[in-house]
Design a protein around this ligand. Structure first.
Ligand SMILES: Cc1cc2nc3c(=O)[nH]c(=O)nc-3n(C[C@H](O)[C@H](O)[C@H](O)COP(=O)(O)O)c2cc1C
Length: 331
């Protein structure tokens, strides 16, 4: 099912080349001011335009269908729709029977018995993340003064992001990247034991972003190479402030009052101009695919604001559960 969260629940819908994509948000408290400029500030950070991003440019104008009246949320479900305007499906006729290695073309076809929409990756397209960013804009307001920010750390292992992207594009290739994210001002006590711990909830939301392949909190995989005497964060006071932050601000799935930190790995894009081995599904024979059409050579360039949204949505859900959302509880 395409929905996430218990108390602040979102569902996303649409296909890359269908009439529209969007998000339905259930559980947003009434009275939250909503304005177009705040949405645009978030949505513009996801929009392509830089070298290494797709030539497909969408207006991304949020059409609010319900749940907002006179500029404030009503307490009802908020439905936000984005029309797809800049659609060109011509290059997907070939992909229909010659799946892109590394994309969801073949898994979707297998799972849905060929009834999936293959145009532009259908429901597996990065286009659907526009709804996540819109829901993230609302979640960020609800969890304020908690502040979530993500930045692109490296591309292809290189801190010189522009050069790494340029290099990949020049070679007709794609390239991955690492995005780091932090949340400041998160009070201690957010996160439910076992299944709805902070790591679980954030990971669940973050892996909804197509193309994310790994996540690590705090020291992450490095923790597996450390001793306890190095890893354990010394506690400095009764509020739980620690001298180091190898745990990434989380103990037992619960925020400990320090900065929450995590990093994600964004894969290199599946669609590349170079020949790749695949199979022709009409006759089962091996063939080569050289993808044509518009695509992002480096997805990671567009991902930071989407990771922020996923994190804010997960935090919002858990903060409402823990009764730590100022706007909900009036404290
Ligand atoms: C903002 C964004 C843009 C993306 N653009 C492309 C693209 O142009 N071409 C492509 O092959 N994949 C693109 N992707 C990634 C695919 O949607 C993703 O790789 C695919 O659904 C398979 O999922 P997986 O990589 O998580 O296994 C994009 C993802 C995001 C978040």
């Amino acid at each position: 099912m395409n929905s996430l969260g218990r108390h602040f629940r979102i569902s996303i819908f649409g296909e890359s080349h269908g009439p529209s994509v969007g998000v339905l948000i259930d559980g947003c408290p009434a009275g939250l001011p909503i304005n177009a400029e705040e949405f645009e500030a978030e949505l513009s950070r996801r929009r392509p335009g830089k070298p290494g991003t797709t030539a497909r440019i969408e207006a991304d104008e949020p059409r609010i269908q319900s749940g907002v009246h006179n500029g404030r949320t009503t307490g009802g479900p908020i439905a936000i729709l984005f029309e797809n305007g800049d659609v060109d499906s011509s290059s997907y006729e070939k992909i229909k029977d010659t799946p892109r290695p590394g994309h969801a073309d073949l898994t979707a076809r297998t799972k849905f018995g060929g009834f999936n929409d293959p145009r532009g990756g259908g429901q597996f397209s990065g286009r659907l993340t526009v709804g996540l960013v819109a829901a993230g804009a609302i979640a960020k307001k609800l969890i304020a003064p908690v502040s979530v920010s993500a930045t692109l750390e490296t591309v292809g292992g290189d801190e010189n992001v522009e050069a790494a992207v340029e290099n990949a594009v020049a070679g007709g290739d794609s390239v991955g990247g690492i995005v780091q994210c932090k949340a400041t001002g998160l009070p201690a006590g957010v996160g439910e034991p076992f299944f709805d711990g902070l790591e679980s909830a954030i990971s669940h939301a973050v892996f909804a972003i197509p193309g994310i392949k790994a996540i690590e909190f705090g020291a992450g995989f490095e923790a597996g190479r450390m001793h306890g005497s190095e890893f354990n964060d010394p506690i400095l006071n009764a509020e739980g402030t620690t001298a180091t932050n190898h745990a990434g601000g989380i103990n037992g799935g619960i925020s400990n009052g320090n900065e929450l930190t995590f990093r994600v790995a964004v894969r290199p894009t599946a669609t590349i101009g170079k020949p790749q081995a695949t199979v022709d599904l009409t006759n089962g024979e091996a063939t080569q695919l050289e993808a044509k059409g518009r695509h992002d050579a480096c997805i990671a360039l567009r991902v930071p604001v989407i990771v922020e949204a996923a994190c804010a949505i997960a935090l919002c859900d858990l903060m409402i559960a823990a009764q730590k959302t100022p706007r909900v509880m009036g404290n």
